[in-house]
Design a binder for this molecule. Sequence first.
Ligand SMILES: O=c1[nH]c(=O)c2[nH]c(=O)[nH]c2[nH]1
Length: 292
Amino acid sequence: MAIVLGPNQYGKAENRLVTVTRDGAVHTIRDLTVSTSLRGDLTDTHLTGDNSKVLATDTQKNTVYAFAKQAPVGEIEDFALRLGRHFVSSQEAITGARVLVDEHAWERIEGDDHSFVRGSDEKRTTAVTVEGGRAWVVSGVRDVVVLKSTGSEFHGFPRDEYTTLKETHDRILATSVTARWRYQGEGIDWAESFTEIRRLLLATFAAKHSLSLQQTLYAMGEAVLRARPEVAEVRLSMPNKHHFAVDLSPFGLENDNEVFYAADRPYGLIEGSVLRDDAEDPGSAWHTLPAF
Ligand SMILES: O=c1[nH]c(=O)c2[nH]c(=O)[nH]c2[nH]1
């Protein structure tokens, strides 16, 4: 038996980057969290502590800030691609780079050129992998909280000795959508694609009469794939944010689906992938991302 070093990567996680762009008195801000991780010929540092092939995580952090000054950040996908390609092309020992970017929303305070209010918790995301002369872009959105107050049912499930859940033909359906989609092809307009995919996800959540959150999840992924040829696969993670109709009968009151207790936990967690069965499998560039 021999003990060997397995897969490994290293980098600087969660660099907080804020930029201000000035157009006269009008300022524009961007607020990003950028994580870099590098892979390659890194056996020496692990086995002997020889760091001659280790581009310091401190240098990776500095590169993020320097790149933000040297050229406009632009779309998060382009920024991540620039960083990833730089690390792989400038360091002989580094054969792969992964750059994750989350963009946090700020809105302009009406009537002011340089004041902003933090938007919702929603984040636009990208995960770019540069490896073997290629680049893979997986973009997405996190923490999009949605609710429909009707148009959702749940029934027909098995009943065993532990089942207490009543069948329902009208319930609140609420979730916090995390979606990640894998791009294929080239020349993609990242901003337009993001806006349309987000719109399709929301429109489908709203329009689909739901017999289960699983059915809604599939419909949302399917809508994106039917409308957007640049997407090969959509992964969705959707916690079922349960809203329980409160029993008001002790007070002699009827509750006709008007008063609910919004439970925090536990929550059902519905996760799945919807994909084109003929899309290229990008291998580790996709499969080493968290599944959901
Ligand atoms: O849409 C749902 N899917 C489930 O799998 C499930 N399980 C549950 O208790 N409620 C629900 N709702």
